[in-house]
Design a protein around this ligand. Structure first.
Ligand code: NAD
Length: 481
């Protein structure tokens, strides 16, 4: 049985799409179709932006709601989403292969948590700040919503990433046009149902499932005030150039090739579950994973063996099985890309110690793969692969480990593994990256997340994530000059 939708969520209701084009969703574990939705094309984007614009410009509209009223709507949205959470998690796992044990957290629980977190913050962060002026009067600094937000998200954590954008944007008083990725569309329709049930005012949230061209049209649309993009560095560069030309604010959460620095004092075997989560979670399809494992020469063989053992021990299976640790990749095209990167590593002379091939049978599975003796200058160490592929790189001392970690085009995540948390913190401070963990890694909603260098700019999560959807307006009162 497949799940099929015929209408788009635009302007607070279900609207006929402009064309009969459709997007088919597939099960990553079988390659079979599991549903379809209308593809939003340019006229649908125009209608969605017009609805978001009207909702933002309405003199009694969403940006002008008292913060407490916006918070109440977000609470209702959280409740309606949570009621659908398990089904949403299932849909995501079927489409992108995310093990259900993970989608239950990132795709079912995290969105309502983020809505509630930003509902709590909105009142405090929407308050004007009155400052005694230096010219006799006062300055009132008012945080205002930036306007209509174009939110473009990838397929790897579709709902989690969506709510990292729309929860703070809605809390700030912005209205949103969301473009989900064509690989994961079915979950977005359940989310739309939740928004509808929660009574979000018409036009405050609009959803346009589509591909690159739909995204391009949205990014450069005259009715959009800010673009919030998560995806590849290649697309991010193009979007940055478009927004640069338009002088349009943009935040970019892009690719990564982070380092997991294993210090010589650590007993990695006692931390293996956390190490797995920091390096191979979601079948390697997470931007912040530490896919370059830096191992001290003094314990090199032992660490290569431990990482190899981890890759070989993972439970591979149906993403809907709660025991599964490694599911399929999102698509045949993506699996072929990852397999090509593995072939390139072999040709470059790295030593394959685990995996390296695609198992027989249906679905887009790929064995968890480990390369040892990787040169940090090789493609295996420099390019984002976005699959379950780890590159172990030897280092001599702490300074060299940090130099290797920093010798990357990217700077998004990372981790340090040590028996001494103070030493871990000192090393973490020297790595040029947007976020890093000591003996683990998890994005905590209270702290800003984002990249440096080719991993992008701007921050999501924390109060900083709310501030990116606001602009400060200064009102000068009774100044003497
Ligand atoms: P992608 O860049 O191909 O697509 C991401 C989204 O952007 C999709 O919705 C796509 O349709 C749209 N898109 C693509 N090109 C566009 C363009 N020129 N203009 C407008 N929209 C466009 O990325 P993907 O393959 O879906 O996702 C994987 C990538 O996302 C990886 O590089 C990964 O590191 C990155 N990612 C980053 C973060 C982060 O927070 N930094 C989080 C998750 C994924």
């Amino acid at each position: 049985m497949t799940v099929d939708y015929n209408l788009l969520f635009v302007g607070g209701g279900w609207k006929q799409p402009a064309t009969s084009n459709r997007i088919t969703a597939y099960a990553a574990s079988t390659g079979e179709p599991v549903g379809s939705v209308p593809e939003a094309l340019r006229p649908d984007v125009d209608a969605a932006v017009a609805a978001a614009r009207a909702a933002f410009d309405d003199p009694a509209g969403w940006p002008r709601f008292p913060a407490s009223e916006r918070a109440a709507v977000l609470e209702r949205f959280a409740e309606a989403f949570a009621a659908r959470g398990p089904e949403i998690a299932c849909r995501v796992s079927i489409q992108n292969g995310m093990p259900i044990s993970l989608s239950g957290v990132l795709e079912a629980s995290a969105p309502p948590m983020l809505l509630r977190y930003y509902a709590e913050l909105t009142e405090k962060w929407s308050k004007p700040d009155v400052r005694p002026g230096r010219f006799g009067g006062r300055a009132i600094v008012v945080p205002e919503p930036v306007g209509v937000v174009a939110a473009i998200v990838p397929w790897n954590v579709p709902q989690g990433i969506t709510f990292m954008k729309i929860a703070p944007a809605l809390a700030a008083g912005c209205t949103v046009v969301l473009k989900p990725s064509p690989e994961t569309v079915l979950d977005a329709f359940l989310m739309a149902e939740a928004a509808h049930e929660a009574g979000l005012p018409p036009g405050v949230l609009n959803i346009v499932p589509g591909g690159e061209d739909t995204g391009r049209h949205l990014v450069r649309h005259v009715g959009v005030d800010k673009v919030s993009f998560t995806g590849s560095t290649t697309a991010g560069r193009e979007i940055a150039a478009t927004c640069g030309g338009l002088l349009r604010p943009v935040s970019l959460e892009l690719g990564g090739k982070s380092a997991a620095i294993v210090l010589p004092d650590v007993d990695l075997t006692t931390l293996m579950d956390r190490f797995f989560r920091a390096t191979l979670l979601n079948n390697g399809q997470l931007c912040w994973l530490g896919t370059r494992v830096l191992a001290p020469r003094s314990r090199y063989d032992e660490i290569v063996d431990a990482v190899t053992g981890l890759a070989k021990s993972l439970v591979v299976g149906d993403p809907l099985d709660p025991e599964t640790q490694l599911g399929p990749l999102v698509s045949a095209r993506h699996r072929d890309r990852v397999a090509a990167a593995i072939d390139c590593g072999v040709r470059d002379g790295a030593r394959l110690t685990a995996g390296g091939s695609c198992p027989e049978g249906p679905g887009w599975y790929l064995d968890a793969t480990v390369f040892a003796d990787v040169d940090n200058g090789s493609a295996l160490a420099r390019e984002e692969i976005f699959g379950p592929v780890l590159a172990v790189i030897p280092y001599r001392d702490e300074d060299e480990a940090i130099a290797i970690a920093n010798d990357s085009e990217y700077g998004l995540g990372g981790s340090v593994w040590t028996a001494d948390p103070d030493r871990g913190l000192a090393v973490a401070r020297r790595v040029h990256t947007g976020s890093i963990g000591v003996n683990g890694y998890a994005n905590d909603p209270v702290a800003p997340f984002g990249g440096v260098k080719a991993s992008g700019f701007g921050r999501e999560l924390g109060p900083e994530g709310l501030a990116t959807y606001q602009v400060s307006k200064s009102i000068y009162i009774d100044q003497l000059v």
